[in-house]
Design a protein around this ligand. Structure first.
Ligand code: KDG
Ligand code: MG
Length: 412
């Protein structure tokens, strides 16, 4: 079980992905997702220059010890680059352990706590008819829960509104949300919180009128509001019974959530850009959120996110793991194994990857009637086709960013 080889593979089928592949002396392989949207090559350098040399000759069976070694021996802890690199090692070691045991990773985590994972998809439209079509299309694909994002009348382009495949380099692909655009610089978008706050409640009213009271609806505020603005939105959306309001305020100021919480019963979700349990510690303890949005890929792996979710369980807070297209199929598989095993699973974000991505990553998960299951292959159940991956070299791509109407840079 000694690690013989560690390869960092960068590929860009429909978008950029960074994958760590570990190979043991007895020929077992494990994969880990290290994709950090828009800063991919920083993690590649961290892995290649500082982590891979430490792994060669190490015992692949020592998952916890390896995690602690990589986290503590660096001295400078935490941060998205470091934690994505540690996450990739952790996932790859769980993959290897599963293959060595002949079991899927969820069995090693305690076995299945449910039959499948309810997932939500991203419906969007610039205007209501397009949004309704998108919701219906998601329902036809089986989705039982749907995130709703729309345009705001006075704004030109908005995050979260469907980009056609042409924007992501493949006209056959329609992403309902792939915000990273290929190019040397981030695209600029405009933003006006007042117009957004005035517009959104009417959108949810229209969606409830059209689709009824039963379907779980979600919304992502993408860190754009001040605490009092978020409080107002939470209150205004109460009649429409949201499953959650996500990232209502910038993630750095956790006290903001206390103010929002005082004003609204709309459930709150946060944490897709958090990296460690420390980011969640106080807001879980003070019960300021309802769902933990951390991703296995950005929270230091299965080992670390499981600890965070077990802690959240003490406060009846559930998982809502991040699962956009920039989490690779390997990171998604890790999320599915973890979600199947824990008791306090809430919901899983799930966006389909493009066809090329599915050729690069051979996967074993299933999607049945709105529920995901990671499958029963030993390990994570994903293999990387190196020849396919080699066809798609890295291409620079960035998330857009925002400016207010007067030109001020705003939170994206
Ligand atoms: O990399 C950033 C995207 O993954 C992010 O914009 C997606 O907010 C997002 C979400 O909820 O999936
Ligand atoms: Mg989000």
């Amino acid at each position: 079980m000694l690690i013989d080889k560690a390869d960092v593979i960068v590929t860009s089928p429909d978008r950029n992905f960074v994958t760590l592949k570990l190979t043991t002396a007895d020929g077992l392989t494990g994969l880990g997702d290290a994709t950090l949207n828009g800063r991919e090559l920083a993690v590649v350098a961290y892995l290649r220059e500082h982590v891979v040399p430490l792994l060669i000759g190490a015992d692949a069976s020592r998952i916890e010890d390896t995690w602690q070694f990589l986290y503590r021996s660096a001295y400078w802890r935490r941060g998205p680059v470091t934690m994505a690199a540690i996450a990739a090692v952790d996932m790859a070691l769980w993959d290897i352990k599963g293959k060595a045991a002949g079991m899927p990773v969820y069995q090693l985590l305690g076995g299945a706590s449910r039959k499948g994972l309810m997932a939500y998809g991203h419906a969007s439209g610039k205007e209501l008819p397009e949004l309704f079509d998108s919701i219906r299309a998601h329902q036809e694909q089986g989705y039982k829960a749907i995130r709703v994002q729309t345009g705001v009348p006075t704004l030109k382009a908005i995050y979260g509104i469907a980009a056609q495949g042409a924007d992501v380099g493949d006209a056959s692909v329609r992403y309902d949300h792939e915000p990273a655009r290929r190019g040397a610089k981030p695209v600029e978008e405009d933003w006006d919180t007042r117009a957004y706050l005035n517009h959104l409640p009417g959108v949810f009213e229209a969606v409830r009128n059209e689709f009824g009271p039963d379907i779980p609806l979600l919304h992502d505020g993408h860190h754009r509001m001040t605490p009092i603005q978020a409080a107002r939105l939470g209150k205004d959306l109460e009649p429409y019974d949201l499953f959650w309001l996500e990232d209502c305020t910038p993630a750095e100021n956790q006290e903001a959530l206390r103010l929002v919480r005082q004003h609204t019963t709309t459930p709150l979700a946060i944490g897709e850009i958090f990296n460690t349990i420390w980011d969640f510690k106080d807001i879980i303890r003070d019960q300021l959120i309802d769902y933990v949005r951390g991703a296995v890929t950005h929270m230091g792996g299965i080992t670390a996110l499981k600890k965070t979710l077990d802690y959240a369980a003490m406060y009846q807070i559930k998982s809502g793991m991040h699962g956009p297209t920039d989490i690779s199929p390997v990171g998604m598989a890790a999320a599915m194994h973890l979600g199947l095993a824990i008791h306090n699973f809430g919901i899983q974000e799930y966006m389909r990857h493009g066809a090329k991505t599915d050729q690069v990553f051979e996967q074993s998960f299933t999607w049945t009637d709105g529920y995901l299951h990671p499958g029963d292959r030993p390990g994570l159940g994903v293999e990387l086709n190196v020849d396919e991956a080699g066809k798609y070299p890295y291409e620079q791509a960035y998330l857009p960013y925002n400016r207010l109407l007067d030109g001020t840079v705003h939170d994206w």
